[in-house]
Design a protein around this ligand. Structure first.
Ligand code: PEP
Length: 254
């Protein structure tokens, strides 16, 4: 039994209308007896448009909702932006930050991700900070170095008191949406590396409170192997999370 409570997070990306999101939430509720008593936290990260409505629908169940990004600032003349405070007020408890798609398509830097992480914590949101190497970096054996570079500015802005609210998701870019996954041993080794890096800065107690997730082509067929790893505390799931049946089957295996 791991000391950290497992977290299974669904990242819906730019999928599902508000209506489709609500249908999903209703189906999840209909099947509640299959998952409510399991010892893992479920998290749904729909589009920002559906966040409030999905959160309302699931309010009396052990499911949290989260956002997929936030913009810096609290409120003001910032057309199109969504602050941590507004996201929190819409019912979110978590926010995914620094997803590789945000880094790639929206130019997010390690430093910006660090600032967003600080802002999330200051506004009462638990950040899930995504890190991971690309294919080339993987082949060159640079995984640890890349992740340390991505996490360094984040850890600089945080302190050990943030540990219990801080989640890191190891997401190798070459595994996202590709059907490819690292071996369970490799994923465990990276998760352990991440925890070791945190331990060096924050000490044992804080490092053992941080949850480290694995993400990248997680499915009902492979999740059991990740769940068995001592330093992997849950999963960040894209494609496979879009179907209720998959989500139920995955949480049952954690
Ligand atoms: C993700 O978007 O974080 C992800 C891991 O996607 P997928 O599960 O589809 O690879």
């Amino acid at each position: 039994q791991k000391a950290r409570r497992p977290l299974l997070a669904a990242n819906w990306k730019m999928y599902k209308s508000v209506a489709d999101s609500l249908n999903y939430a209703e189906e999840l509720v209909r099947r509640a007896d299959e998952w409510v008593d399991l010892p893992a936290d479920l998290l749904i990260c729909p589009t920002a448009l559906a966040l409030w409505a999905v959160g309302q629908k699931l309010a009396s169940y052990p499911v949290r909702v989260g956002a997929q990004n936030l913009d810096l600032g609290t409120e003001g003349a910032m057309t199109g932006a969504l602050s941590a405070r507004l996201i929190r007020a819409a019912g979110a408890q978590y926010v995914i930050l620094g997803h590789s798609e945000r880094r790639q398509h929206f130019g997010e830097t390690d430093r910006l991700v660090a600032e967003k992480t600080r802002q999330a914590l200051d506004e009462g949101l638990m950040p899930i900070v995504c890190v991971g190497e690309n294919d080339q970096e993987n082949q060159q054996g640079l995984t640890t170095r890349v992740i340390q570079r991505q996490l360094a500015p984040v850890l600089e802005k945080l302190s050990p008191v943030d540990a219990a609210s801080f989640v890191v998701a190891y997401e190798p870019i070459w595994a996202i949406g590709t059907g490819k996954v690292p071996t369970y041993e490799d994923a465990q080794r990276v998760a352990q590396d991440i925890r070791q890096g945190i331990l060096r800065q924050w000490g044992e107690e804080a490092a053992s409170a941080v949850r480290v997730l694995y993400g990248g082509s997680v499915s009902p067929d492979n999740i059991g192997g990740f769940a068995a790893q001592p330093d992997i505390d849950g999963a960040l799931i894209g494609g496979a999370s879009l179907k209720v049946d998959n989500m139920v089957r995955m949480v049952q295996q954690w």
